[in-house]
Design a binder for this molecule. Sequence first.
Ligand code: PLP
Length: 439
Amino acid sequence: MSKQQFEHLWMPFTANRQFKSQPRLIKAAKGMYFTSEDDRQILDGTAGLWCVNAGHNHPKIVDAIQRQAATLDFAPTFQMAHPLAFEAATALAGITPKGLDRIFFCNDGSEGVDTALKMALAYHRVRGDAGRHRLIGRERGYHGVGFGGISVGGIAGNRKQFGPGLAGVDHLKHPLDIDRNAFSKGLPQHGAELANEFEQRLLALHDPSTIAALIVEPIQGSTGVIIPPRGYLQKIREICSKHGILLIFDEVITGFGRLGSAFAADYFDIKPDMIVLAKGLTNAAVPMGAVVCNTSIYDSFMQAAPPDAIEFFHGYTYSAHPLACAAAIASIEVYREENIFQAAADMASYFEAAAHQLRGLPHVKDVRNLGMVCGIELEPQVGKTTTRAFDVFHRCFWEKDLLIRTTGDIIALSPPLIISKAEIDCLFGRLAEAIREQA
Ligand code: PLP
């Protein structure tokens, strides 16, 4: 590509000038591999962006999208619909936790989060409890880039350019505690008591009856893989229930098998009131997000409005887009037919053992993991955060034919769930070389 062809695109979450001086381009993908512009086979250590759970270009999903594009390109879902919208919701409700089976479609995770927050506020209002107007998130939470999401989110870089955000939002501490939990395998031992801070804060600073919802990622992914301490999420659920606060699980990353069960809610055996989904919903082949809520939330809206009234004034032109619905139905079938969630569960201990072999490499200060996710935290270079991990990322891409993801000085790995043992060995072997060579 010529230099001019790079000028027009303003790339998201990218150092544009740096990228354009040495572009990293992908031109195709299949299964576990990307093909780079210069024809290298690059092992995908990140399932794209935590989303291609069944591997790239799965033939069944490709075929479903192609057939749908030739049949019905678009139909509105405002006061109209097409059958696939209902089929996709039914397919999804077939794998969501029991009781969580009412589905609102949107186009991505950010819209899913904003939809869930609006649904929570409106739910209390339709029940005559409009005083519940506060939303709570957590430090280092990532909930997408809408104004709702950045307000409840807790990553400074995502907030500081954009003013104050939503009013009435508060944040809990994140549960990462490297001093006590470094190199934990699976759920860290220490920190469940941090959940109590939630209740203390509610009582000390806010009347709990003003809180509409708490939103948490079961694993905080984008911020660098923060795994909840043993018992922490269970306590969070208890406190929400005690005070009538809705609990929203943002499962944009953990949904569709990442922890070896369909959802993190299943893995932890916790029932949130709502789950936000995206990414793996269509195996990333077409953008789509969803909010799954419990039947009683849906019923409250239905009962509050006259039968011919719109119950929830919210929606997107592309809610339940036919191509996305076709991709979602096919993806859910693939997950079931190929037993992909179970494959992830079976591979998790091998993945864990391989990840922890990085312990002892230069500058590795923590390795943490759960299911098919792991985070490797590096000591920052003096006075320069992010540069060490970014250097490793660069070496992996250009010299090791491996795609990893970094945030700050943390490397996050979340490969497609079809990864084999040999590919896990390859992934961690190449990464270890890059970490050594960077030192
Ligand atoms: N929520 C979580 C937990 C995420 O990890 C992400 C994206 O990584 C989002 C929301 C936003 O999703 P999207 O980028 O599809 O808007």
